[in-house]
Every structure is written in structure tokens, then in C-alpha cells.
Design a protein around this ligand. Structure first.
Ligand SMILES: Cc1ncc(C[n+]2csc(CCOP(=O)(O)OP(=O)(O)O)c2C)c(N)n1
Ligand SMILES: [Mg+2]
Length: 286
């Protein structure tokens, strides 16, 4: 029986700020992996760069801290090389909805079988508080002293539109609920976005734990069912007064891995390579 202790990583000191919403995402992810009965040696967590990007250091599973914006790209490569692994991408709002948007969008439409957990603090945390793609209009930071001009990226609406088949929003102030959403995403066959409202206690003094405690409600408490794409899209735009948490959308659809003929006889990493004539292959590129 796998337990949370199996995922405990003692070799690294956690460097997140005291009170950071990232702690409960880490705890929720561990709980989700245990509840999904997954063993650490079958789990890979790929991240980008940011406070959020450090997460793979703090959990005892395979980890890959890639480049800024490349969490999903790295995760996709790992999944295609060995689709028997449970692959999870993690990163920040700047990482996934700014510099890495294209990887996110194309992963949604390919429907890779993986979960993507975004630590959405609506700010660039690691680089000390610049505006991110999910910062609200008018929000003042050192990079936008007069306030943000652009309309924020709506990750839930974007994921639904681009073909993700499990789209959820969690709150790092509700660990048990978040763990359930992450577990649902891990167990789902297809691309699962779990966007997590994760207050940055140092650089974002607007979207705080208090802010989300006041405004959030759970979709399931209102009898909402996540199987109608247009209804999900409509809910995705609810924000100012009330902020929905839970699964917005869930659908069954073929995964990219299922469609690739090269993967049907087993993972690429298990294919014999000793009989490949590399000289012949190279000569084609001379
Ligand atoms: C190509 C590149 N551009 C910029 C940076 C600098 N940089 C590092 S983290 C970061 C933003 C982090 O914000 P976010 O993704 O929201 O993560 P958080 O720290 O808030 O968890 C930036 C701009 C970088 N490392 N690489
Ligand atoms: Mg951020």
C-alpha cells in the first residue's frame, strides 16, 4: 500500500515563503497520487521555471525541471517516450499562460493523457512581483505602476475551447477539495487542466486567501454537471462576484497516444534499437 510517506522528499529544504499557497498544492498532489494508488516509480512530474517550478524537488517521484514555459512540452515528450508512465506537468500562470501558452493550447487539442496543475497566483512570484497573464485589469505591480491594461487570460475558457477533456479549478485554501480535483485529473484519460488559485502572500495583496474564501463556491454544491460544453464555457466566465471551483467540463475522447500507430505495440523506450542501421540513416543527411 502506497502512503504519503513514500512521496516524502527529505533531501531538499522547501524554499517557498511561509504561508505560500504552493505548500497545499504539494500536499494535495501527494494525497491525490496516494488516493489514485500510484507508486512513485511510475510517476514523473515535469515543471517549468518559477516558485511553482520547484515543486518536483520537493516530492519523491521522477522529476524534470525544464525551461520557463516548457513544463507541458517536457511532459509531452516524456509521455510519448513512455506512455506507461503517469505524467504530470506543473508550473505557474506566467509559465503556462504566458511564455508557454502555445504548448498548453496544443496539448489541449492533442488530448495527451496527462494532468497539468497550474499554480495560478496571478503574478510572477519568483522574479518578485511583475504582472502575469492572469493579473486582473487595473492591478498595479512594479511592471505596471499605472495598472494592467490587458484583459486577463481565462485558462478555464481557453482549455474548454481548445479541446481539453477535463477542466477544473481548485483553491489552495481547500486542500481536501483540491486533492480530489487533482486525483480526478490524474485518473482521467486525456488532457486534464487543474487551475489552482494559489495566493502569493508576498507579491499579490489583492487576490488573497481571504479574497478567495469570500468569493468561491463549489459547482457540485449547486447540482452542476460537467458534461455540457456550452454550459461549461458559460460558467468559465463567472468571476467578479462569485468564483466557481470544481470540475467545469469532462468528456471522453481519444488520446493522442491512442492514435499514434508507433505506440500501439508498446512504449518507445521498450523498442529494441540494436538493429537500427544508423550509418544508413545518417547518410541521408549528408
Ligand atoms: C526564457 C525565460 N524568460 C524569463 C525568465 C525569468 N523568469 C523566471 S520565473 C518567471 C516568471 C514566474 O512566474 P510564474 O510562471 O507565474 O511562476 P511563479 O513564480 O509565480 O510560481 C520569469 C519571467 C526565465 N527564467 N526564462
Ligand atoms: Mg505566478
Amino acid at each position: 500500500m502506497v502512503s504519503v510517506k513514500d512521496y516524502a522528499q527529505d533531501s531538499h529544504t522547501i524554499t517557498w515563503c511561509p504561508g505560500c499557497g504552493d505548500f497545499s498544492i504539494l500536499a494535495s498532489l501527494k494525497k491525490a497520487l496516494v488516493d489514485a494508488k500510484l507508486e512513485p516509480h511510475n510517476v514523473v512530474i515535469a515543471s517549468g521555471i518559477g516558485c511553482s517550478g520547484k515543486l518536483p524537488h520537493f516530492i519523491r517521484a521522477y522529476g524534470f525541471e525544464s525551461l520557463h514555459g516548457r513544463a507541458v512540452a517536457a511532459a509531452s515528450g516524456i509521455k510519448l517516450a513512455n506512455h506507461e508512465l503517469n505524467v504530470i506537468a506543473v508550473g505557474g500562470d506566467g509559465d503556462g499562460y504566458g511564455i508557454g501558452t502555445n504548448h498548453f493550447v496544443h496539448a489541449c487539442r492533442r488530448n495527451y493523457d496527462m494532468a497539468y496543475v497550474v499554480h495560478n497566483n496571478q503574478i510572477y512570484g519568483l522574479t518578485t512581483g511583475q504582472t502575469s497573464p492572469t493579473s486582473e485589469q487595473g492591478f498595479k505591480t512594479k511592471s505596471t505602476p499605472e495598472g494592467v491594461l490587458e484583459v486577463p487570460v481565462n485558462p478555464i475558457a481557453l482549455a474548454i475551447t481548445m479541446g481539453a477533456t477535463y477542466v477544473a479549478r481548485g483553491f489552495s485554501g481547500d486542500l481536501v477539495h483540491l486533492a480530489k480535483l487533482i486525483q480526478g485529473g490524474i485518473e482521467h484519460k486525456g488532457f486534464a487542466l487543474i487551475d489552482v488559485m494559489q495566493p502569493c502572500v508576498v507579491w499579490n495583496r489583492v487576490n488573497t486567501f481571504e479574497y478567495f474564501r469570500k468569493k468561491t463556491y463549489k459547482l457540485e454544491d449547486e447540482g452542476y454537471e460537467p458534461f455540457d460544453k456550452l454550459k461549461a464555457y458559460e460558467r468559465a466566465w463567472e468571476w467578479k462576484e462569485r468564483i466557481p471551483l470544481g470540475v467545469f467540463y469532462k468528456a471522453d475522447a481519444p488520446t493522442y497516444e491512442n492514435g499514434l500507430p508507433q505506440l500501439q505495440s508498446g512504449p518507445l523506450v521498450k523498442k529494441p534499437i540494436e538493429n537500427i542501421d544508423i550509418e544508413n540513416l545518417l547518410s541521408k543527411y549528408e
